[in-house]
Design a protein around this ligand. Sequence first.
Ligand code: AMP
Length: 282
Amino acid sequence: MIVFQKEKDIKKYISDIKGAHKRIGFVPTMGALHEGHLSIIRKSKLETDVTICSIFVNPTQFNNKEDFEKYPVTPADDIEMLVKEHCDILFMPDIAEIYPHHMAFTLNFELGYLDTVMEGKFRPGHFKGVVQVVKRLLDIIRPDIMYLGQKDYQQYKVVEKMIRDLHIPVELRMAPTVRESNGLAMSSRNKRLNWPARERAAMIYKILTHAAGQLSYLSVDSIKQLSLEALRQIPGCEPEYFEIADAATLQLVSSLEENKPVVICTAAWLDGVRLIDNVLVL
Ligand code: AMP
């Protein structure tokens, strides 16, 4: 695996790859890698010629300073895992490399509705930072395919809109959520939870799947209320939202329509760590 830290070095290498007509798969991450990230690397390796992973903890997408400061950083472990997966290239820039103009928002792009619900509503400024960094990374890497995880479903939809609105020539593909054996969605933030807390956190997925099962016989409103109540019953857990939305548009729904997939999304604090998860109901 080749590790690049400088934009000019990786750009030169990418020009050579493109000259050889090789297809580039790109997996952006914030590091503290786990099996969820690695599953995306494997998918990219199967579907493209050259896989590039980036590790960059993007300060502009953290609406909470403490969350940024406590975000786990494990570069040696990350590199070891990527080498084992035979990832071709790792891009690990520092903040000045990504933001030479001191993190100023210069991207002229309206997030619109997607920024007003769920993650957009509860993390003001978060998606603005996400599109800023993703656009910057896409400009540098110019991949054929970019891979994002279903774990951050709303982020996928925001990036999808940006790619569409700005006519960026890249294909977006979604990778399924990888879970611990107890159902807890893998997340770098789980590293901040002790083992008993991870067992309690696994209830979040159980509540999501239970809600999915209730869709055939309970109203959307009742399911939301019951699920929020169930989340509050988990010791140390404070839910932020539990929503059922159209899977294509993320418009919140009040009833189900035939042949319209929905996504059930939730965010909850557990022992001071913010966790998100979702299930798709097709
Ligand atoms: P992050 O490092 O958390 O920014 O995540 C980088 C990418 O990995 C994003 O596209 C995430 O959606 C994806 N991802 C994170 N956790 C998982 C998981 N448990 N399963 C699959 N993909 C994931």
